[in-house]
Design a binder for this molecule. Structure first.
Ligand code: FES
Length: 248
C-alpha cells in the first residue's frame, strides 16, 4: 500500500504545530497502524529528519498508552486501540489525517504525544481501596454477588487511554471517571470509601479542567473497551447518594 499521511507536527508544548504531509510506501495490510508509523519514522531518520513522536507501550491493547485521532476519530475507524488497528482497514492510495488527542486537559507534549497525567491525579483522588489485600485470597473469602462481580469486571476493563475525552465535544472525562468509581464502588472491598471516593474523584476531575457531560454518547462509541454510557448515570447516582449523606 502507498499512503499519504497528514500528521500533526509540534516541536513542544509552547510551539505552534501544523499538519505536515508525508508519502509512505511498502505498507502491508497486515501491519498495525503503529508499525506503519514505524516505517515512516525509519525513512525520516534515514534522511536526517526528526521522527514523529507518538506514545505506545504494550502494543497489545491493554496499557492505554497509544492514542491518536485518525481521520477525525479517536483510535480511527475501528473500535479498538490504535496499536490494534490494522492497515487492512484502509485502501491503497488513501490520505490519512493523524492528530493528537484534542482536549484542554490533555496538552500536547510533542507531535502526537499528549500529557494524560490528569487521569493519574483523578485515580490518586480515590481510585483505590485502602484495605490491606495481601496476596490473592481464596475465591470464597469475601462473597461477591455475581451481578456485582460482572459489573466490576466490565468497568475494570477501562485502560485509561483517553479516547472518551478526545471523542467528546466537551472534552469530558465522565466515562473514564465513572468506570473507575463504579468498578470499586460495587464491590464489598470498595464499600468503606464508597462515599468519599466518588466525591474526591469528581472534584479532581473538575479541577483538571475536563468539560461536563451533555449526553452526546461519543465517549462510549469511541471507547475501545466498551465501557457503557450508563456508567455515567451510575456515577451520578453515587455522587447524589454521597451528597445526601454528607459527602464523606
Ligand atoms: S500500546 Fe498499549 S494499548 Fe496500545
Amino acid at each position: 500500500m502507498n499512503l499519504t499521511l497528514r500528521i500533526w507536527r509540534q516541536a513542544g508544548p509552547d510551539t505552534p504545530g501544523s499538519m505536515t504531509t508525508y508519502q509512505v510506501g511498502g505498507i502491508s495490510p497486515d501491519m498495525s497502524f503503529l508499525e506503519m508509523l514505524d516505517t515512516l519514522n525509519e525513512e525520516l531518520i534515514l534522511r536526517g529528519d526528526a521522527p514523529v513522536a507518538f506514545d505506545h507501550d504494550c502494543r497489545e491493547g491493554i496499557c492505554g498508552a497509544c492514542g491518536m485521532v485518525i481521520n477525525g476519530r479517536a483510535h480511527g475507524p475501528e473500535r479498538t486501540t490504535t496499536c490494534q488497528l490494522h492497515m487492512r482497514h484502509f485502501e491503497d492510495g488513501d490520505t490519512i489525517d493523524v492528530e493528537p488527542w484534542r482536549a484542554a486537559a490533555f496538552p500536547v507534549v510533542k507531535d502526537l504525544v499528549v500529557d494524560r497525567s490528569a487521569f493519574d491525579r483523578i485515580i490518586g483522588a480515590g481510585g483505590y481501596i485502602t484495605a490491606p489485600t495481601g496476596s490473592a485470597p481464596d475465591a470464597h473469602a469475601t462473597p461477591v454477588p455475581k451481578e456485582a462481580a460482572d459489573t466490576a469486571f466490565e468497568h475494570a476493563e477501562c485502560i485509561g487511554c483517553g479516547a472518551c475525552v478526545a471523542a467528546c465535544p466537551n472534552g469530558s472525562a465522565m466515562l473514564f471517571t465513572s468506570a473507575k468509581v463504579v468498578h470499586l464502588n460495587v464491590l464489598p472491598q470498595g464499600g468503606p470509601e464508597r462515599a468519599s471516593r466518588v466525591m474526591n474523584m469528581v472534584e479532581a476531575m473538575d479541577a483538571e479542567g475536563f468539560g461536563g457531560c451533555t449526553n452526546t454518547g461519543e465517549c462510549a462509541t469511541a471507547c475501545p473497551k466498551g465501557i457503557p454510557l450508563p456508567s455515567i448515570a451510575a456515577m451520578n447516582r453515587e455522587y447524589l447518594r454521597s451528597s445526601l449523606r454528607g459527602g464523606r
